[in-house]
Design a protein around this ligand. Sequence first.
Ligand code: ZN
Length: 77
Amino acid sequence: MGLLSELAADAEPKGPCVSGRWFDSLPDADRADALAWLADGRAKSALLRVARNHGYTASSSMFYAHTVGNCICPRKD
Ligand SMILES: [Zn+2]
């Protein structure tokens, strides 16, 4: 595979990251609460602890990367 086609394949949307999938799995009311918490600039570490109580099992760095938009999730600008 040439480099350009490999780059093009890598840049294709692949759906949400593991953290995005966790957010997507939440009931609407809980997801709204979590997103409001982040939008208010409140402690992400607290949200991560709660997320772990609600089925989030991936790494903290993946969680934080998602909250700052540094992940593969499609962005809704
Ligand atoms: Zn993500």
